[in-house]
Design a protein around this ligand. Structure first.
Ligand code: MG
Length: 415
């Protein structure tokens, strides 16, 4: 009997204070369903509407096994294609269809991608601190947990807290997170010099610029950081200015990871084909799920570009599992960002909600052990959700403030 899509539902839940949107695709076979991630934490209601009002009616009754056909149908059906809201909606369904495919095959997803190239996936974690001393203490805690690659920031991504006006900001300026790019560059270079003095060169260090400086400043920062031997410099250039990567490449050998905000293949194709980046780090629900992510991973492999998929807290467990299943089977895997889903006694808490609440709502999550993440051997993504527990943690819709980043003259700067 063909497996047909019967119902497509969304589940909104915020167990750790971050809005997560999970899509559940139910089939005509009793008990056979799939889960996918459609999390766009700051516009989750818009994505929910696209899934429920447009994709549900479009796909009801169709063959759940024809993933490529259904992906293209969802992508093309509204005539105007792409963008983070539509891509996240498509991703929710796409991941759920892959989950169903794995359950039908009775195999974990990595097997459908060709099997494991490695037993587990090495991850990097985020260490922060108000000063070098505190940062070093946090780095040490991660090293004790077995982490070998650590992203180092001092005071987050730089900038004052929302609402405070530093000296020199013109009167009449809007509230925001105020940035001082000159101070940020000086402090960052000093920070990494100090980290190398204290920690040596054995440990792999990463730094995230988060697109918060002008392109020419990013070129200068990369040059100044060159002696500090970074594993990579993350998102130095905004998605709107990626032509500058050519100049950055010309002037510096610092490895570049780019792509957290990408949504369209035009944004990565020439960067990869011209070897302008070393690591591609898209957020796989933002590009439309597992189907385009696998194509991207294989495309990047042809050019010697490695993967470093985005793995933040505003991503639901089916998406974390999708990252890890692709990583396990990818010859060009680089490293995986990991935002801290571990057995509760391991957690260095970074999230706002109750400790361990994510593990109350979701089961079968990839597990962290000694620097690596392991998936379970259940068919599909291997993750399940307890909907009654999910309902205990409703999502909230607030005006986002951390993205209102501004330069000292009061104008906006990409966050
Ligand atoms: Mg980042």
């Amino acid at each position: 009997m063909p497996v047909r899509i019967e119902k497509i539902r969304t589940i909104c839940t915020a167990p750790e204070g971050i809005n997560l949107l999970v899509v559940k695709v139910e089939t005509n076979q009793p008990g056979l369903y799939g889960l996918g991630c459609a999390t766009f934490a700051y516009r989750h209601l818009a994505v929910k509407l696209v899934v429920e009002e447009y994709l549900g009616p479009l796909l009801r009754g169709r063959d759940a096994e024809s993933i490529e056909e259904l992906w293209q149908l969802m992508h093309q059906n509204a005539y105007w294609r792409n963008g983070p809201i539509v891509n996240n909606a498509i991703s929710g369904v796409d991941m759920a269809l892959w989950d169903i495919k794995g359950k039908l095959a009775r195999m974990p997803l990595y097997q459908l991608f060709g099997g494991k190239c490695r037993p587990a996936v090495p991850v990097y974690r985020h260490a922060d601190g108000r000063d070098v001393q505190e940062l070093c203490e946090n780095i040490l805690r991660f090293q004790e947990m077995g982490i070998q690659t650590i992203r180092c920031q001092c005071g987050g991504y730089g900038g004052e807290s929302f609402g405070s006006f530093p000296a020199g900001v013109p009167s009449g300026a809007h509230r925001g997170v105020y940035l001082d790019s000159g101070a940020y560059i000086r402090n960052t270079v000093k920070l990494f010099e100090e980290l190398r003095n204290r920690l040596g060169y054995e440990i792999r260090l990463v730094h995230d610029v988060h697109e918060r400086i002008a392109p020419s400043e990013a070129v200068r920062l990369a040059r100044l950081l060159e002696p500090m031997d970074l594993f990579f410099l993350e998102d130095p250039i905004s998605a709107e200015q990626t032509e500058w990567l050519r100049e950055l490449r010309r002037q510096s050998s610092v490895p570049i990871a780019e792509g957290e905000l990408f949504t369209h293949p035009h944004e990565w194709r020439s960067l990869i084909a011209e070897h302008l980046i070393d690591f591609i780090r898209v957020h796989i629900s933002q590009i439309g799920g597992i189907t385009p992510a696998r194509k991207l991973q294989i495309f990047a492999e042809q050019y010697g570009v490695r993967t470093a998929w985005h793995g933040p807290g505003d991503m639901s467990p089916p998406a974390h599992a999708a990252n890890i299943h692709i990583d396990l089977a990818a010859m060009n895997f680089g490293v995986q960002e990991w935002s801290g889903i571990e057995p509760p006694n391991y957690v260095i808490q970074e999230l706002k909600g109750p400790h361990g609440a994510l593990l109350e709502v979701f089961s079968g999550l990839p597990e962290y052990r000694d620097g690596c993440v392991y998936v379970n051997e259940k068919p599909g993504l291997g993750v399940d959700i307890d909907e009654s527990k999910a309902a205990k943690y409703p999502c909230e819709t607030n005006v986002v403030t951390w993205t209102q980043t501004r330069k000292k003259d009061g104008s906006l700067q990409t966050p």
